[in-house]
Ligand binder design. Structure first.
Ligand SMILES: [Mg+2]
Length: 173
């Protein structure tokens, strides 16, 4: 089985904006994220993005734009990301169990990649990212100023989680 870090994108990998990030020009890595992704990869984790992108159903941008941004991340992280799951929906148009806080994207990824839930994490900057993680028994990490009941830990950035997990691994050896 595989251990995996499931990552929300906006607010975890890159700076978030209310009007979405769908161009490379607007995309900005949060502090030390490429380094954090590399560290986690080296520690043996799969890295899978689980992202709501309702701007697609709203017509603000297209699925291809999300993939252009994804390719940009890959280019700057030595292809650290193993996969990306995108929910293009919004409840105003259509209900879908894929859109977080529902858990279908995570369930599909867990099944496809044979993920060991007990060694894996869901990382997000909103409560709706952690709710599906908690429901499935993943450990949860919140990147935000305020914590929430579903968060097992709260950190300022992805690098903090990466350092914690790498240190734990070193201690276990
Ligand atoms: Mg987010």
């Amino acid at each position: 089985m595989n251990k995996c870090i499931f990552l929300d994108r906006d607010g975890v990998i890159n700076k978030d904006y209310v009007d979405y990030v769908y161009t490379i020009e607007k995309f900005q890595f949060l502090d030390r994220v490429p380094e954090a992704l590399r560290k986690l990869k080296e520690a043996g984790y799969l890295l899978i993005v689980i992202t709501n992108q309702s701007g697609i159903v709203k017509g603000t941008f297209k699925a291809e734009d999300v993939m252009l941004v994804h390719d940009h991340v890959q280019k700057h992280t030595d292809n650290a990301l193993d996969d990306i799951y995108i929910a293009p929906y919004h409840e105003k148009w259509t209900n879908s169990l894929t859109r977080k806080p529902d858990s279908l994207m995570l369930e599909r990824a867990i099944a496809k990649y044979n993920v060991d839930i007990s060694q894996s994490w869901m990382v997000g900057d909103k409560q709706r990212d952690l709710i599906p993680g908690k429901k499935l028994g993943l450990q949860t990490c919140l990147i935000a100023e305020e914590t929430c009941p579903e968060a097992d830990i709260r950190v300022d950035g992805l690098i903090d989680l990466a350092e914690k997990l790498v240190e734990e691994k070193a201690e276990a050896v």
